[in-house]
Write a protein of this length. Structure first.
Length: 369
């Protein structure tokens, strides 16, 4: 998730929970809502909300994790800014503990911390919250680190990389729900149909992938692929300027269903095709090869290379090239041909470390593209 915040819970925040609201000796607060600081929610995460009029209710799906090791609790709520109020509120009806865990939220106290992940481009459509209780062993170490991060503030936005760093250093149980916020690479792989990633996300304790997240993951996968191809296009432009190749065509830009991305004409008149496999992750992140790509790779009449673009950032990436993919594709197709009649495989996933790649090169982006 790209829109993340950390918040320290106050007495009035905890009145969102039925157990806390009715446990008050005196009804010091009647708000039944979780405050969302405007300087974070609006000024930093959703500036488009500045145009929303007071008392406009924005419905959201609410996914609650924690405190401690708990499965997800899914509800429907709304956020709104009341007339004359500075901050926004996540509210609706009181939150009751699940029937099978009636004491779930009783451990929460003022000073505990909640991590909030917002999904939605122009306004929140889903909110993922992970409550961390200082009194629970599974939460305490991360609670300490996020308490330091807040530095006395009630709410701060946080970069995903920073939250990941703090979580890793907290030595949490592997099933802790905070890892729900760091399934980014897996989410992209799920969007690409990777079976192992799908099972990993599904089996992760408390993990639910919403329809919005799946759409976002598909968009991100497409964007990463486009970034990788753009970097390779610039790579060939430099080779063309240096007289290292005769010409090249960015085929997939002209025909999105082509089973390769580029066709390159060498100085000796020969040509080869290539597919770009891109990731923001490490080199060993799995590669997905479609059935059409396998058939094209196996064609001996024209060469086929694989360009692995990895560790993509805003300014650069790394590149490794597998110069000959025909034999690899033939071996896979031979195995697939043994499947029962009427059964076909649309794509395969493979570990790039099993392929014969050349030494890594650096790719540097130029211009705003």
């Amino acid at each position: 998730m790209e829109k993340l915040a950390v918040k320290k819970l106050t007495h009035s925040d905890l009145t969102f929970f039925q157990c806390y609201y009715y446990a008050q000796k005196e009804k010091k607060s009647k708000q039944k809502a979780l405050n969302l600081n405007s300087d974070v929610l609006v000024d930093e995460l959703y500036p488009e909300l500045k145009t929303v009029t007071a008392n406009t209710r924005i419905p959201v799906s609410l996914y609650i994790y924690g405190p401690g090791i708990e499965e997800v609790h899914i509800l429907q709520r709304k956020i709104l800014k009341s007339q004359g109020s500075k901050n926004w509120r996540l509210n609706g009806e009181l939150i009751y503990s699940p029937e099978d865990n009636p004491d779930r939220y009783k451990t929460l106290k003022p000073g505990d911390i909640v991590v909030l992940g917002f999904d939605g481009k122009l306004k929140p459509s889903s909110i993922f919250v992970d409550f961390l209780a200082a009194s629970i062993d599974a939460d305490h170490s991360l609670w300490e680190k996020l308490n330091d991060y807040l530095s006395g503030k009630t709410m701060r936005s946080i970069e995903s990389s920073r939250l990941h760093e703090l979580s890793e250093s907290a030595d949490l149980p592997p099933e802790h729900s905070i890892y729900r916020f760091f399934l980014d690479d897996d989410m992209v792989s799920v969007a690409e149909g990777d079976t192992e990633a799908i099972l990993h996300v599904y089996k992760r304790s408390g993990t639910v992938m919403t329809a919005d997240e799946l759409v976002t993951a598909k968009e991100k996968a497409a964007h990463i692929g486009s970034c990788g191809e753009e970097l390779v296009s610039q790579y060939f432009e430099r080779m063309l300027d240096n007289g290292e190749i005769a010409d090249f065509t960015w085929t997939s830009r002209e025909n999105a269903v082509a089973p390769y991305d580029f066709e390159v004409k060498e100085l000796d008149g020969s040509t080869y095709r290539l597919d770009v496999k891109s990731t923001t992750g490490k080199f060993e992140t799995k590669i997905h090869i479609s059935g059409a790509e396998l058939l094209t790779m196996a064609d001996d009449t024209i060469g086929y290379k694989l360009f692995r673009v990895y560790e993509i950032s805003e300014e650069c990436a790394k590149l490794k090239i597998a110069p000959q993919m025909s034999d690899y594709a033939k071996n896979i197709l031979k195995v697939l041909s043994t499947l029962p009649k009427g059964i076909s495989v649309d794509s395969v996933s493979c570990d790039p470390r099993l392929l014969d790649f050349m030494e890594a090169e650096d790719l540097m982006a130029k211009g705003d593209e």
